[in-house]
Design a protein around this ligand. Structure first.
Ligand SMILES: Nc1ncnc2c1ncn2[C@@H]1O[C@H](COP(=O)(O)OP(=O)(O)OP(=O)(O)O)[C@@H](O)[C@H]1O
Length: 216
């Protein structure tokens, strides 16, 4: 699904990571671990085309996504990628329902009747019947669950999650992990940057980043 080959990232004299190679397959959950500042979020951002590596390639189905043009980037974001970030990335002044509607892909919805409906997704994350509520009135854990419901509706094939459980209690952490596992069973590749041992242990594989190098 995703093959990272010889990836490096530097900011000035500071090398975050050098010559990283890793593979994430369909159905696999990979934990990205490492000390604070080791570049977990930066690596996720490179996988999600929000940042560029200094060297190396990131292949998706054989194509180097770091060389994508604007149209390919747009299609990759629309059809492949799903994000789950700590800041939820929700539209705060909109309702739960409106936040989920933006994830519905019209063409896919017509083609693929198997996709979860909004109501099913909300039920799955324990927010059944809450669709008319405004997002900014929800608690942090509830907002993270809306973000998760949006992913379930969106049905990406690659999920990038940055500390998705950092603000959650044990029950909500388990719910997020169960939902991500369900997506991976359906064939999705899931990459999770985390400090949380519970999350790491729930993954199939671990990729540990080291302490960044500073040129002498
Ligand atoms: N655009 C940038 N310019 C310069 N330095 C940057 C930039 N983006 C990130 N960094 C630096 O890269 C380092 C790695 O940041 P990153 O957020 O990827 O680490 P992390 O492993 O996710 O950390 P944490 O676990 O604390 O969230 C940090 O020192 C950060 O300041």
């Amino acid at each position: 699904m995703i093959d990272v080959e010889g990836l490096s990232k530097s900011f000035g004299e500071r090398t975050l990571w050098r010559d990283i190679s890793l593979t994430v397959g369909r159905g696999e959950m990979l934990a990205l671990t490492g000390p604070s500042g080791s570049g977990k979020s930066t690596l996720l951002n490179c996988l999600g085309l929000l940042d560029r590596p200094s060297a190396g390639a990131i292949r998706h189905e054989g194509k180097d996504i770091t060389r994508f043009g604007r149209r390919e980037v747009r299609l990759f974001r629309r059809d492949v990628l799903g994000y789950l970030f700590q800041g939820y990335a929700l539209i705060e002044n909109a309702t739960v329902e409106e936040n989920l509607e933006v994830a519905v892909k019209p063409r896919r919805a017509l083609r693929d009747k198997a996709g979860a409906s909004l109501a099913e997704a909300l039920q799955r994350v324990g927010l059944a019947g809450r669709h008319k509520e405004t997002v900014h009135r929800l608690s942090g854990g509830e907002q993270q669950r809306v973000a998760l419901a949006r992913l379930i509706v969106q049905q990406p094939t690659l999920v990038l999650a940055d500390e998705p459980t950092a603000a959650l209690d044990r029950d909500n952490t388990a719910m997020v992990l169960d939902s991500l596992r369900e997506m991976s069973r359906a064939g999705c590749a899931v990459v999770i940057a985390t400090h949380d041992d519970i999350v790491r242990d729930a993954c199939d594989n671990v990729f540990a980043l080291g302490t960044p190098l500073v040129a002498q």
